[in-house]
Design a binder for this molecule. Structure first.
Ligand SMILES: [Zn+2]
Length: 315
């Protein structure tokens, strides 16, 4: 008898003890020569911005280990990066808007032609009526029963044969619990997360620690809950989404943080490098970038840059 893979996935929800409160990490010098952050997509969802939608790749010792978001076009950048998908341990999804996740099925299809044997961990927030959970997203994308591409369902279904399995874990998302939680700690890579405010859409910020370095990602967020500085504290790199200018109002301001807030957040978190990505038409002209920089530098005195696709940044 067929068992619904959705039920199987739901049993993979992380137990409470897997989400132990993160303690302070013992200070360790960042071995920056071992770590690289590569941009797979530095823009938002627009069609005329010339770069891919959101995606990031973290390398350790010249192996690609963590993918953050899989927006449209970011898979093409992954191919150009010459990374091997067999090396990737996990994909962290900040949220399930199309410009952060639509390339996921294509990664899985492409991986069919690799020698991948180890399981692939997928992390993302739980859902609401506005967005799927990580497990629903995977099921609706490639599940053998209700997937858009059911022919890829064996990678999710433990009953079917496949070279490796995709293990999806939903991170409990909530406005009322903004504590930093650990979602993974194995093979030299530790990941912690916090729920963020991105309008009504469940979204997570992430911090990835490896070789003594810390790289944090805001994802899309408004910042109104002040949730990010604790997660990003003392990060070597903070990737912040600069999707709106200071004069944004209404829906845009409810979804995204303004430059002044980005500067305050980076200062409060005491990060070393601040990368501004997810630029959109309203924030990516040279004039707008200069405005954003001026506002950010009123509070944050560290290194600030606007990377482009495929750029590599060392912590
Ligand atoms: Zn979004």
């Amino acid at each position: 008898m067929l068992i619904k893979t959705g039920l199987i996935i739901s049993t993979l929800l992380l137990s409470n003890n897997a989400f132990s409160l993160s303690g302070q990490v013992a200070p360790q010098k960042c071995q920056s020569q071992r770590v690289k952050l590569q941009m797979l997509g530095t823009r938002g969802p627009e069609l005329l911005d010339g770069q891919a939608s959101t995606g990031y790749l973290i390398w350790l010792d010249d192996r690609a280990r963590v993918i953050v978001d899989a927006g449209p076009g970011s898979l093409q950048r992954f191919k150009q990066s010459k990374a091997n998908f067999e090396d990737v341990d996990m994909m962290l999804f900040t949220h399930f808007h199309a410009d952060h996740s639509a390339d996921f099925p294509s990664y899985i299809k492409g991986a069919f032609f690799t020698d991948r044997k180890k399981d692939l961990a997928i992390f993302g927030p739980t859902g609401t009526k506005f967005a799927t959970s990580a497990s629903e997203f995977a099921e609706r994308a490639i599940g053998s029963e209700k997937g858009l591409y059911p022919y890829l369902g064996a990678f999710l279904d433990p009953k079917q044969h496949s070279a490796y399995k995709i293990k999806v874990k939903d991170i409990p998302w909530s406005f009322s619990d903004l504590t930093v939680k650990q979602v993974s700690n194995k093979d030299g890579i530790r990941v912690t997360t916090v729920s963020t405010h991105h309008g009504p859409f469940p979204s997570q910020g992430y911090r990835v620690e490896l070789a003594g370095c810390a790289i944090s990602f805001t994802g899309d967020m408004s910042g109104r809950l002040g949730e990010m500085p604790t997660l990003a504290k003392n990060s070597d790199i903070l990737v912040a989404h600069n999707a709106v200018p200071e004069d944004a109002t209404g829906v845009a301001a409810n979804l995204h943080m303004k430059p002044t807030y980005i500067g305050k957040m980076a200062k409060q978190a005491n990060v070393k490098k601040l990368l501004l990505t997810h630029l959109m038409g309203r924030s990516l002209s040279e004039k707008r970038k200069q405005e954003s920089l001026n506002l950010i530098r009123k509070n944050f005195k560290g290194n600030v840059s606007f990377p482009n696709d495929l750029d590599v940044i060392r912590p």
